[in-house]
Design a protein around this ligand. Structure first.
Ligand code: IVH
Length: 671
C-alpha cells in the first residue's frame, strides 16, 4: 500500500512540475529547463500512468494528445451570450463613442482599458471546481459548438487552475495561429499538394473545428484570454483587475493590455499599435477600448448585439490602387480553371504586388471587376493579395467584362461548370495542364517523393511525349535512350532518377491513395482511408455508405471517391501502376525488418531539403523512431543550420551526429 502511495505522490509531483514548465514555456514564453529535461519528466509520467492507470486524472498533461474523432460537435448553450463589438474607423468615431458613454453615465468619470483585437476565433472556456469542463465556439452568440476535446490540445489553455476560485466560471478569449505557425502549416500543406488556408484566422478556425482532435493537436494553435464571461463567486470589480486576476490563475494574457485614463491616451495607444502592427507575431485587426469599471457595463447596456461598454477601433487596411491589366487563367490539378489578376505592379505596404487572387467567375461578377479597371488591392499579413473592389468612378468605358474561356486555355477541350460548384473545369482528364500538375503532385516530397523530377523536367517529359500519365514514369527505364537525349539530363542524373523512381514503388498505402488525385482527398483524408482499407482495390470497391461510416468523411468526399473509381481512365492508370510493380496494398513488412528499426533520431536546426515534418516522416517510414530531445537512447542527432542546444547536449553525451548530407545518404542507403 505504502509503495503505491509513494507512486501516487510521485505522479502528482511530476504533474505539478510539468504543468509549471508548460506554463513557463507556452504561457510566459520563458522556459527554465531544456526540452530534454522536460521530455524526461513527461516520459516518466507516461510510464507511471501506464502502469497505474487508476491515478490518471483528466487534467494530467498526458491527456492533451487528442481524443478519438467525433461525427459531429455537440451544442453548448452560452449562459451569457457572446456578443460582438461596434466598430470605429477613425478618431472621430472613437470620440463619438466616448462622448455618448460619458453622456449615458451622466458625466461620471471612468478610466479605460486598451487591448489588441486579435484576429482569430472567439471561444468560451468553462471551469468547474478548477477543472476545464467545456470549451465552445461562439456560434450564433447564444449557442456554440462543443469543441472541448480540440481545445484541450492547445498547450496554453490550462486544463486546471488553482482551487481557490469561483466554483464555476467562464473565461473568454481568442484562439489564433501565429504568423509563423500559419506559414509553416501552409508550407506543409503546399508540399503535400493540399489546398492552402487563405489567412491565419481561417487556418485557426479550420483547425479548431476538426472532427478529429488528433489533427487539431498537430496545429500550432495558441490563445489569448481577454475576460471573464461569468462567475459564481466573488470576482474583481474592474476589467483591468480581471486581466491581472486571470493572469495569476495561469491564463495566457496579451502583453499589450494597458490601462489608460482618457480618450487622448487611448488614441496614443492606438497610434502606437498601428506603427507596430507588422512586427506582431500574430494578426490583429484593431484595438478594443473598454470602460474599466465593471459596474458601469450593466448601466451602459446593449444595443442590438453590441454592448456599449466597448468599441473596436479598427486598423486601416493595407491597401493601394492600381490598374488591372488583364485576367489570366491557370488550370489546376483537378482541372479547375483559376482566374488571377495581372496588375500594374504596385507597392502595398512596402511589398510589390503584381498578381492577385480572383477566386472564381462568380466572385469577379459579384465585385463587378472589369479588365482595365483601376482596382483597390489589399494585403493582410502573409496572405495572397486580393482585389477588394473596382474604382468605378475612374471608368472610361473601355473596360471589358471578363469571360471565362469556353475552351480550356491549355488543351482546348470543353469547359463545364458543374451544378452547385463555383469553379469551371476542363473536362479532359488527359489535359496537359492537369497532367503537369498531377505529375508535380505525384513526385512531390509528401507524395511519392521522387527526387530528380522538378517542374522543368516534368514539363520536358510531357512535351516530348515520354510520359502520358503518371504511371508512365515507371516505364521510363525502357526509354533510357530517349531520356538521355533530353536537355540537361546526363548519364549520372538519369541513373539517379531511375533509381529514385524504382524506390518509390514501395511508398505507404496512404501516399499512394493521396497521389491518385481523387478530388477532395488530401494527405489527411488519404491516411484515414488507408487506415480503413487495406489496399487500393478494397478502396475501389467501397460504397459511399461504407465510406461515410468513417468519422470525418462526409458525402462530398465519399461521392468523389466512388466517382473516381468509376472512371475507366483512372482504372487504367491504376492497372499500369500495378503492372509496374507499385505496391497498392498496406505494408506487410514487420517494423523489425526495416533498415532504421530500433534507432531513435532527433533533428535540430533547419534542413535544406526537407521540412522537419518531412524528415521525421522519412525516418518513421524506414522504421526509425523520432525523439524530441537528445537522451542516452538517441542514436543520431541530425544537425541542420543554426542548431539549438540539442547539439551541445549531444556533444556532452557523445551522441553521434549527422550532417544533412550524411542523413540523406543514410535515408538512401539505409546504413
Ligand atoms: S471583448 C462584447 N476583447 O472580437 C464582446 N474581444 O467583435 C466582447 N476579440 O468575438 C469581446 N480580441 O472574438 C474582446 N481583446 C479583445 C478581443 C476581442 C479579439 C474578438 C472576440 C469577439 C470579437 C468582437
Amino acid at each position: 500500500m505504502e509503495a503505491v502511495d509513494s507512486i501516487r505522490q510521485r505522479i502528482e509531483k511530476l504533474r505539478e512540475l510539468i504543468n509549471y514548465h508548460n506554463y513557463r514555456y507556452y504561457v510566459l514564453d520563458s522556459p527554465e529547463i531544456s526540452d530534454a529535461e522536460y521530455d524526461e519528466l513527461m516520459r516518466e509520467l507516461i510510464r507511471l500512468e501506464k502502469q497505474y492507470p487508476q491515478f490518471i486524472t483528466p487534467d494530467s498533461p498526458t491527456q492533451r494528445v487528442g481524443a478519438a474523432p467525433v461525427e459531429a460537435f455537440g451544442v453548448v448553450e452560452h449562459p451569457v451570450p457572446l456578443l460582438s463589438l461596434g466598430n470605429a474607423f477613425s478618431f472621430e468615431e472613437l470620440a463619438a463613442w466616448h462622448d455618448r458613454t460619458k453622456r449615458l453615465l451622466a458625466g461620471q468619470h471612468f478610466d479605460l482599458v486598451c487591448e489588441l483585437k486579435m484576429d482569430g476565433l472567439a471561444v468560451a472556456l468553462t471551469y468547474v471546481d478548477g477543472m476545464l469542463t467545456t470549451g465552445a465556439t461562439r456560434g450564433d452568440g447564444y449557442r456554440g459548438e462543443d469543441i472541448t476535446q480540440n481545445l484541450r490540445t492547445v498547450k496554453s489553455i490550462p486544463l486546471s487552475v488553482p482551487k481557490d476560485v469561483p466554483k464555476r466560471f467562464e473565461v473568454r478569449g481568442e484562439v489564433y495561429l501565429s504568423k509563423e505557425g500559419f506559414k509553416r502549416l501552409n508550407e506543409e500543406r503546399a508540399s503535400e499538394g493540399q489546398p492552402l488556408f487563405a489567412n491565419p484566422r481561417n487556418a485557426a478556425a479550420g483547425s479548431v473545428r476538426q472532427l478529429d482532435p488528433r489533427i487539431t493537436a498537430k496545429r500550432p494553435l495558441d490563445i489569448y484570454i481577454y475576460g471573464l464571461g461569468w462567475a459564481e463567486g466573488p470576482v474583481p470589480q474592474t476589467q483591468w483587475e480581471t486581466l491581472e486576476y486571470l493572469k495569476q490563475l495561469g491564463f495566457k494574457m496579451s502583453p499589450y493590455n494597458e490601462r489608460v485614463s482618457d480618450l487622448q491616451d487611448a488614441e496614443r495607444y492606438y497610434q502606437r499599435q498601428v506603427q507596430k502592427r507588422e512586427e506582431l507575431d500574430f494578426e490583429a485587426d484593431g484595438v478594443v477600448v473598454k470602460v474599466n469599471p465593471l459596474v458601469l457595463w450593466e448601466r451602459l447596456g446593449i444595443v442590438g448585439r453590441e454592448p456599449r461598454y466597448a468599441i473596436a477601433y479598427k486598423f486601416p487596411a493595407i491597401q493601394a490602387t492600381t490598374k488591372l491589366k488583364d485576367i489570366g487563367v491557370n488550370v489546376g490539378r483537378t482541372g479547375s480553371l483559376n482566374p488571377y489578376a495581372i496588375l500594374e505592379p504596385v507597392s502595398v505596404g512596402g511589398v510589390i504586388v503584381k498578381r492577385a487572387a480572383l477566386h472564381n467567375e462568380d466572385d469577379i461578377r459579384r465585385k463587378d471587376i472589369r479588365i482595365g479597371d483601376t482596382v483597390v488591392v489589399q494585403r493582410a499579413g502573409e496572405v495572397i493579395p486580393e482585389i477588394v473592389e473596382p474604382v468605378t468612378s475612374l471608368r472610361t468605358g473601355d473596360e471589358k467584362e471578363f469571360e471565362m474561356p469556353a475552351r480550356c486555355p491549355v488543351c482546348g477541350a470543353e469547359v463545364i461548370k458543374p451544378e452547385g460548384e463555383a469553379m469551371h473545369r476542363c473536362v479532359n482528364a488527359a489535359c496537359p495542364a492537369q497532367l503537369f500538375e498531377l505529375l508535380k503532385h505525384f513526385v512531390s516530397r509528401g507524395a511519392m517523393d521522387i527526387d530528380g523530377i522538378g517542374e522543368s523536367s516534368s514539363a520536358v517529359l510531357l512535351k516530348d511525349g515520354l510520359v502520358e500519365d503518371v504511371a508512365d514514369l515507371y516505364s521510363l527505364g525502357e526509354k533510357k535512350e530517349q531520356l538521355l537525349k533530353l536537355e540537361r539530363l546526363g548519364e549520372k542524373s538519369t541513373v539517379n532518377l531511375l533509381t529514385a523512381i524504382n524506390e518509390s514503388k514501395n511508398r505507404p498505402l496512404a501516399r499512394v491513395i493521396f497521389v491518385l488525385g481523387i478530388r477532395h482527398v488530401g494527405a489527411e483524408t488519404a491516411e484515414l482511408l488507408a487506415d480503413h482499407f487495406s489496399s487500393v482495390d478494397a478502396l475501389s470497391r467501397a460504397t459511399a455508405e461504407e465510406l461515410m461510416d468513417i468519422p470525418t468523411i462526409g458525402p462530398k468526399i465519399a461521392e468523389s471517391v466512388v466517382d473516381f473509381f468509376r472512371q475507366g481512365a483512372n482504372l487504367k492508370v491504376i492497372e499500369k501502376l500495378r503492372r509496374a510493380g507499385v505496391r497498392l496494398e498496406a505494408e506487410a513488412v514487420k517494423a523489425r525488418e526495416l533498415p532504421l528499426a530500433g534507432q531513435e533520431f532527433v533533428v535540430t536546426g533547419k534542413l535544406e531539403a526537407f521540412t522537419r515534418g518531412e524528415a521525421e516522416a522519412r525516418i518513421k517510414e524506414l522504421g526509425g523512431a523520432v525523439g524530441s530531445s537528445v537522451t542516452k537512447k538517441t542514436a543520431y542527432l541530425v544537425v541542420g543550420a543554426e542548431p539549438g542546444s540539442k547539439l551541445e547536449k549531444a556533444q556532452a553525451l557523445g551522441t553521434k551526429t549527422l550532417s544533412e548530407d550524411q542523413f540523406l545518404h543514410l535515408l538512401e542507403s539505409g546504413k
